[in-house]
Write a protein that binds this ligand. Structure first.
Ligand SMILES: C[S@@+](CC[C@H](N)C(=O)[O-])C[C@H]1O[C@@H](n2cnc3c(N)ncnc32)[C@H](O)[C@@H]1O
Length: 204
């Protein structure tokens, strides 16, 4: 187990990513090509910035990555890659969704690596993780373009299947994936929603 940790940790250092979590996105990108040149990407829970940097490099100079996190991080920038904009806010705050919408009205991809501060109590951590994931899904439902993609971390537990069903209702294809770089003892898995089915609200 330690070997796996060391391998991804060292690889991240070598490739100049601030966290080994980048490989949980890279693997899915290699398999499903969720990020495409010129895309608009929303990264929920973006610090310390590995997913943001990876997305910016992958989508290239014509793309845009908008990140949001509870904490304030250093400004991220990659020469020749997509523009990166960062918001410092709690995703549960009333203004967060509007602030993102004002910054960019629509996205091709919504990523969520949101994680609660773990307490060691599996049930509490699971429930908090599902709350974050449900909020991430609300962002996706409001901001994704038709046909868009949602990739979201969740800690498994009793409320996980209903969450997956909620995602299933919004996307043509839904998968639960466990990237190799995710520690086997960790309860985290990732829900991947492909081809978002946009519901146009009529206001009735
Ligand atoms: C595992 S880290 C994300 C790592 C990131 N994907 C990377 O590759 O660098 C989870 C992040 O979620 C953020 N987070 C947790 N709850 C949040 C909330 N309510 N609103 C905004 N961000 C939150 C944390 O501050 C933390 O930075």
């Amino acid at each position: 187990m330690k070997k796996v940790k060391d391998y991804y940790y060292k690889k991240a250092k070598k490739e100049k990513y601030p966290a080994r979590s980048v490989y949980k996105l890279e693997e899915i990108q290699q398999k499903y090509r969720i990020l495409k040149p010129g895309d608009r990407v929303l990264d929920l829970g973006c610090l310390p910035g590995s997913w943001t940097l990876f997305a910016a490099r992958t989508i290239g100079a014509k793309g845009l990555v908008v990140g949001i996190d509870l904490h304030r991080g250093k400004n991220l920038y990659v020469t020749g890659a997509a523009e990166i904009r960062q918001h410092h806010a709690d995703i549960f705050s009333e203004d967060a969704l509007d602030a993102i919408r004002q910054d960019c009205p629509g996205f091709n991809v919504v990523l969520s690596d949101l994680a609660p501060n773990t307490t060691g109590y599996k049930l509490a951590d699971h429930l908090r993780s599902v709350e974050l994931s449900k909020r991430a899904l609300e962002f996706a439902e409001s901001l994704l373009f038709e046909g868009g993609t949602f990739y979201c971390k969740v800690f498994q537990g009793e409320d996980f299947p209903p969450f997956v069903n909620q995602v299933r209702r919004c996307f043509k294809t839904t998968k639960v994936v466990k990237p190799k770089s995710s520690r086997s003892e960790s309860r985290e898995v990732f829900v991947l929603g492909l081809k978002f089915k946009k519901v146009v609200k009529t206001g009735l």
